[in-house]
Write a protein that binds this ligand. Structure first.
Ligand code: NAD
Ligand code: DAU
Length: 355
């Protein structure tokens, strides 16, 4: 049994990771600020569990991070905590610098000091795993895929802040020897994703017969990764990744946004036939593009496959079907997470231009 300090463990990916880690017998100290994106409802299955300690707090609070590491004799840190939504970073970049850059720095400093004070045998086993994104590599043309050696070229305030955090993680390894690992993954989807992101937003609006905003021409491509596969990859990197290395994680499932939206509509039509008989595709509206919208992301996950034997197990068609079913079965969860300030409105600038 290992003790993990998981940050951002009340969010989408962190929440999935925590549920799985506790189920497999790890002890998890879950540090989350509970921003609009963090929800304790996601953690209902581990509430009161002896191996799950939830702490509401900020990764930017170095003293708190130091105390949690020492008090719980942590073996590894998994850093999910972040401001994660590109559109929000266009409306207000400051929070992204605060959490993703300054927050990660404070957490790294606490981890370095804790790690240096550990007995040698425990120092060897300690890991700091930083969860990052493929968006740090910028945008691709029609061909090619991101590898771990693709130069960084972040285009949004969000990806710039993640790039900065990746560089800090790298610097803590090279300067102080902190045993770090970094993963850069593509677009996740699946249970418990906050409905501001394309898939759950589309699902929710389509279910309620509301217009479905598609940015620009809808031909932007994302490489969709089922969240359970991402969690398995993080687990593999934590167990066997080479210290100081970065690993790309992708779903091998490139799809145009329009295809994704149409697929969700078709799945919902089959499961919940629309009352007026009109296919939900008719709700699609092409709206003003996202400023600086990256055209295409695609991951070459060859390194993690060759070195650690990880490949995605869930294909897009299976994963999207599962996701639609999950949201249909968990409408009370959606209602609860939307009872705050965000109510599915367009953010990140833009007005409807389509019919
Ligand atoms: P999310 O927005 O769903 O969750 C983020 C969590 O972090 C929330 O629970 C929030 O309360 C918490 N948090 C925010 N600021 C904090 C702070 N200062 N201190 C402590 N907790 C804080 O995000 P997600 O989609 O689960 O993404 C998790 C990580 O994975 C992020 O680092 C993100 O950059 C990265 N990532 C996400 C995707 C994706 O498709 N969702 C893809 C690649 C990488
Ligand atoms: O690639 C990894 C990244 O994927 C993560 O680092 C980010 O945390 C995560 O939010 C995600 O970023 P994207 O910007 O790709 O995800 P989003 O769901 O916001 O948008 C996916 C695509 O769909 C993108 O091309 C914009 C488009 N879109 C999005 C929304 C919300 C629409 O067309 N309409 C919408 O309403």
């Amino acid at each position: 049994m290992k003790t993990l300090l998981v940050t951002g463990g009340a969010g989408f990916i962190g929440g999935n990771f925590v549920l799985e880690a506790v189920a497999r017998g790890d002890r998890v100290v879950n540090l989350d600020k509970l921003t609009y994106a963090g929800n304790l409802d996601t953690l209902a299955a581990v509430r009161g569990h002896a191996n799950h300690v939830f702490v509401q707090g900020d990764i930017g609070d170095r003293a708190l991070c130091a105390r949690l590491l020492a008090e719980h004799a942590v073996d590894a840190v998994v850093n999910f905590a972040a401001e994660s939504h590109v559109d929000r970073s266009i409306d207000g970049p400051a929070a992204f610098i605060e959490t993703n850059v300054a927050g990660t720095l404070a957490l790294l400093e606490a981890a370095r000091d804790y790690w240096k004070a550990l007995p040698l045998a425990r120092q060897d086993g300690f890991r700091f795993l930083h969860v990052s994104t493929d968006e740090v590599y910028g945008s691709l043309g029609p061909v090619g895929r991101f590898t771990e050696t693709t130069p960084y070229a972040p285009n949004s305030p969000y990806s710039a802040s993640k790039a900065a955090s990746d560089h800090l993680v790298r610097a803590f390894h090279h300067t102080w020897g902190l045993p770090v690992l970094t993963t850069n993954c593509s677009n996740n989807y699946g249970p418990y994703q906050f409905p501001e992101k394309l898939i759950p937003l589309t699902l929710q609006k389509a279910l309620h017969g509301e217009p479905l905003p598609v940015y620009g021409d809808g031909r932007n491509v994302r490489d969709w990764l089922y969240v359970g596969d991402h969690c398995a990859a993080i687990r593999r990197v934590l167990e066997a990744g080479r210290v100081g290395e970065t690993y790309n994680v992708g779903g091998d499932a490139e799809r145009e946004n329009l295809h994704v939206v149409r697929t969700i509509c078709a799945l919902l039509d089959a499961r919940r036939p629309p009352a007026d008989g009109r296919p939900r595709e008719s709700l699609i509206r092409f709206v003003k593009d996202r400023p600086g919208h990256d055209r295409r992301y695609a991951i070459d996950a060859g390194k993690i496959r060759r070195e650690l034997g990880w490949t995605p197990a869930v294909g897009f068609e299976e994963g999207i079907g599962r996701t639609v079913d999950w949201y249909l079965d968990h409408q009370p969860w959606v209602a609860r997470v939307l009872d705050g300030s965000y109510r599915l409105e367009r953010i990140g600038q833009g007005a409807e231009v389509g019919a």
